[in-house]
Design a binder for this molecule. Sequence first.
Ligand code: COA
Length: 167
Amino acid sequence: MLYLKETNYEDIEQEYLFVRDMPIDENGMTNEWHGISRKDFEEKAIVQMIASAKGENLPEGYVPESFLFLWNDDEIVGQFRIRHYLCESLRTGAGHIGYFIKKEFRGKGYGTEGLKQALQIAKKIVPEDEIYLRVNKDNIASFKMMIHHGGYIEHQDETKYYIRIKK
Ligand SMILES: CC(C)(COP(=O)(O)OP(=O)(O)OC[C@H]1O[C@@H](n2cnc3c(N)ncnc32)[C@H](O)[C@@H]1OP(=O)(O)O)[C@@H](O)C(=O)NCCC(=O)NCCS
């Protein structure tokens, strides 16, 4: 069974390995903790992830962000992040939701199901009328996921589509 779960201390061992191995940047989905040590994960990264979801200790200019893991039964297969509202840079840039599915689990529909669940959560949190998403034009899998869930292209530039999903 696939389900999203907030970052938490009980699952720290699996969360650590997932975050350590997630690339620094793939198609604009970034991970500032790639390669992190177990000690720094426990003392810094997980503390920041949990605080961020509560809107605590945010870096200057950052909005609250929930870090959710996508689990398939007892195994983490992906990460979904939900920014709780838009600031100017998110409005014109990355939008509300970012996601990543681990390479060995791709092409099985996990991204599509994870986005469905993330949208259900985001629709309750975000105050804007639409969920904002952005995708590279050559990222066909991610683009399809967005369109499957009612996304439409609001505008585009040379390399990216700016997608909106109505609440
Ligand atoms: C994008 C990503 C999340 C897709 O995850 P996934 O679990 O493989 O996605 P799904 O299996 O649900 O597939 C989604 C759709 O894309 C299609 N697809 C999957 N891989 C594909 C590929 N390499 N090329 C073209 N289409 C592909 C699937 O067939 C499916 O379409 P369908 O429902 O019409 O059959 C994953 O590749 C990833 O994490 N990429 C790196 C990070 C990233 O790009 N994040 C998004 C930034 S906007």
